[in-house]
Design a protein around this ligand. Structure first.
Ligand code: BG6
Ligand code: MG
Length: 212
């Protein structure tokens, strides 16, 4: 149980914390990998959580033997994203992970500001699909931030809601993201796999566990 009165802002990663987009990312990366003759498994996909699009592509290509030009890589990333965007069109409010809404309600009731710190350039589209855009006071744009584990996107979100990082609690499902949170002295809550515990200050499997 966390005393929310200690925090003035709550900052959320999106993919894997608010909704589970990993299967869509997997499907889209797998399509590209198949086209290139690269073996790509769900385990490989796990390593891409929290990692931005171009770095994810680099990691996928490193599983194969060919090397590609920057132009080719840009085209591959654009193709993957076009397919991913088709897949996430189907997202609705029903795809919000269990436990998210009760926590958002409780935080809002305590006048805690809510912000999103996602590596995804599709964050706004996803939030619109989930019908959650209006619930957040600020959505940090990853275009202007170095990729996690750099702390930029979390600092940017804190700046957006005008709260000092030490008064923020932040939620993540990736190691890179948890490192980013700790690096800017926020209270880090890991969500999901138990092996994330050692990177965080508190751990939950679903967000409403913090309310009990
Ligand atoms: C992160 C996901 O939230 O966003 C990563 O965990 C993804 O898997 C990254 O690569 C970038 O997403 P997008 O939508 O900009 O390609
Ligand atoms: Mg995530």
């Amino acid at each position: 149980m966390i005393d929310f009165s200690a925090y003035k802002a709550a900052i959320f990663d999106l993919d894997g914390v608010i909704t589970d987009t990993a299967p869509f990312h997997f499907k889209a990366w797998k399509k590209l990998a198949d086209e290139l003759g690269i073996r790509f498994t769900e385990e490989d996909n796990e390593q891409l959580k929290g990692v931005d699009r171009m770095e994810s592509l680099e990691r996928l290509l490193a599983l194969g033997e060919h090397r590609y030009s920057d132009e080719e890589k840009q085209a591959m990333a654009a193709d993957k994203n076009a397919y991913y965007q088709q897949l996430i069109e189907q997202l609705t409010a029903e795809d919000i992970l269990p436990g998210v809404m009760p926590l958002l309600d409780q935080l809002a009731k305590n006048s805690v500001k809510l912000a999103i710190a996602s590596a995804s350039r599709n964050a706004r589209t996803i939030l619109n699909g989930l019908q959650l855009t209006d619930r957040f006071d600020y959505i940090a744009d990853p275009t202007y931030a170095r990729s996690k584990p750099a702390p930029d996107i979390f600092l940017y979100a804190a700046y957006g809601v005008k709260v000092h990082p030490t008064q923020c609690i932040a939620f993540e499902d990736s190691i890179a993201g948890l490192q980013a949170i700790k690096d800017c002295s926020m209270f880090a809550v890991s969500v999901g796999h138990d092996d994330l515990r050692r990177y965080s200050d508190a751990h939950v499997h679903r967000l409403d566990e913090l309310l009990t």
